[in-house]
Write a protein that binds this ligand. Structure first.
Ligand code: FES
Length: 202
């Protein structure tokens, strides 16, 4: 068997060398497949590696859209509105992503922690507790009370009026709540860290 080296010279490859190379390549492929298989069998780490750094006093900013990075004003939201937000200056960490919703205050029921809400604003981790996709707000324009948080990956549904209780789908636990309040200047500020675990919990 003839091969060409880097300087263009012909180089002979014996059958034995060729066979050894073939066996090594096959072994490498088999090892890779075995490792992938073992990874599938191994239980995933709870939390999926998400470590939030949001803290009381951080101000809320838009996470996306043409106002990305700018401060939120409470007056821009009415009951039934929702938006994804980050703590100011901490958007590089997806674990800090939060789903903020404004509801009628009278709609909150247990186990929502009312002391973490203000003027109808309630906030939850935006990282689904199933496999970590980012949740979204499904708004029913005719009936705001029929609106809900949904994960687009496997359709888990969370009830924002009841502490993000799981109402359907494979998510094992609610989204963790986080405290928010309206400041004197009308901007919004976090008042706590997350009330429970965030990220995948399977
Ligand atoms: S990742 Fe959200 S339902 Fe599966």
């Amino acid at each position: 068997m003839v091969e060409t080296d880097s300087e263009g010279r012909d180089k002979k490859v014996t059958r034995r060398q060729f066979a050894r190379g073939f066996v090594l390549a096959a072994l490498a492929a088999a090892t890779g497949s075995l490792l992938s298989f073992l990874k599938l069998l191994a239980p995933s780490k709870k939390g999926g590696g998400y470590v939030a750094t949001v803290a009381a006093g951080d101000r809320l900013v838009y996470a996306g859209g043409n106002r990305q990075g700018s401060l939120l004003k409470a007056s821009e939201f009415k009951a039934g509105d929702a938006v994804l937000v980050y703590p100011e200056g901490k958007s590089g960490n997806e674990a800090n992503l939060v789903q903020l919703i404004r509801l009628e205050e009278s709609e909150f029921k247990a186990p929502t922690r009312k002391e973490l809400t203000d003027q109808g604003f309630v906030a939850y981790s935006a990282i689904c507790t199933h496999l970590g996709c980012i949740v979204g707000w499904i708004k029913d324009k005719k009936d705001p009370e029929a609106s809900y948080i949904e994960c687009p990956c496997h359709n888990s549904i969370f009830n924002p009026e009841q502490g993000a209780r799981v109402m359907g789908g494979p998510a094992p636990i609610p989204l963790a709540q986080i405290g928010v309040k309206v400041s004197a200047d009308g901007t919004l500020v976090f008042t706590s860290g997350f009330s429970g675990p965030i990220g995948p919990q399977v």
